[in-house]
Design a protein around this ligand. Sequence first.
Ligand code: DQA
Length: 147
Amino acid sequence: MAIILLISGPNLNMLGTREPEIYGSDTLLECVSDARQAAEDAGHELEDMQSNHEGALIEAIQQARGRCAAIVINPGAFTHTSFAIADALASFDGVKVELHLSNPSSREEWRRTSVVAPYVTGTVAGFGRGGYRLAIDAAVGMIGGAE
Ligand code: DQA
């Protein structure tokens, strides 16, 4: 059994009411619950955290070192700006999945660059709430299933 850490960045606590035409009407709690179910189906444990603060996200990544087998992270708008989160991810040696509800590559120009992308194993984007299960399944596949 491994621990998978799901990290949600800024404004994701507003899911459900935040631009539902883009992000859907499901809450973060419902998305996290899907992720937890997917992790448990595979015999793993899910930990989750959300913060609107860059430093708190960095500390969560640092504290996962040596403890969590995988990180699934939706960095919100920090995806496009945070070299500090990118550096933190670079130093985590487990599986890393970048997750987005929308498909940032098909949106505004400023969303088309992810500064964290070079440091992740892979990305799941554009599948809304369904992406949470997909991202956990992808992480589970890379850590080799239940041990
Ligand atoms: C997002 C996409 C980002 O561009 C945006 O800033 C978000 C959410 C997504 O899940 O689609 O906050 O990460």
